[in-house]
Design a protein around this ligand. Structure first.
Ligand code: FES
Length: 234
């Protein structure tokens, strides 16, 4: 076992566990966005940053950092609150997250994080990019304006469904999720229409066509349910 401290509490963890897994096992809340149980960690959104006090206060992503002997982890501090809020602000200003016009309003993880972190306004200029929607799929829609590039759809499609329909295209701030190698989603010959990408999406970027805002409730936990039932290959 590995001995460490989280928020001053002495904890024993198993080798290979991440800081996030250990924290959750002990009922300690760390905000996350790109992480989803049932999918591999990507460590890209940085919402889950925690401080390792005895590593000169180094900030590490809890979802993608394995615990080490003697670590002293801080999950709540003024510095972390400021950093997490800044990360969240950057996600909001990068695209067009106008909750009043979003199909996911009220069921959106980005919106929930804003409430949790007390983000009632942004201090950075909005970019307001002119982004398109892809409504070519019979059952589902893609709105790039709401996408936070967490990649949960990409991993759900490849790691759980095995269809590999979703990927990324472009670089840096121009990066976009793309079905079917950038072709219209409806033209994809790999998409099985399983909807796992839609369930995995934390915002209104992927949505069910014809469903009202009130019924647009996602079940991201199905990814873990599906993977838990699968036999493990040693
Ligand atoms: Fe850990 Fe996104 S949840 S980096």
């Amino acid at each position: 076992m590995i001995a460490l401290k989280i928020d001053g509490k002495e904890i024993q963890a198993r080798p290979g566990q991440t800081i996030l897994e250990v924290a959750r096992e002990h009922g300690i809340r760390i905000p996350t966005l790109c992480y989803l149980e049932g999918l591999s960690p990507r460590g890209s959104c940085r919402m889950c940053l925690v401080e390792v006090a005895n590593w000169r206060g180094k900030l590490v992503p809890a979802c993608a950092t394995e615990v080490q002997e003697g670590m002293e982890i801080v999950t709540q501090s003024e510095r972390l609150r400021r950093v997490r809020r800044l990360v969240l602000e950057m996600l909001f200003v990068e695209r067009n997250h106008i909750c009043a016009f979003c199909v996911a309003s009220g069921h959106c993880e980005l919106q929930d994080l804003a409430v949790e972190l007390g983000m009632d306004h942004v201090t950075l200029p909005y970019r307001y990019p002119g982004l398109s929607m892809d409504l070519t799929h019979e059952d589902y829609g893609l709105d790039h304006n709401r996408c936070v590039l967490c990649g949960r759809c990409v991993r759900a499609c490849s790691e759980v469904e095995g269809a590999f329909t979703w990927g990324f295209q472009g670089r840096g701030i121009e990066t976009m999720v793309a079905p079917a190698l950038g072709a219209p989603w409806g033209a994809s010959d790999t998409c099985t229409s399983c909807g796992k990408c839609v369930q995995a999406c934390p915002t209104g970027a992927l949505f069910e066509k014809g469903a009202s805002t009130a019924s647009q409730v996602k079940r991201p936990e199905i990814l873990e349910e599906v993977t838990e039932r699968r036999p493990r290959v040693p």
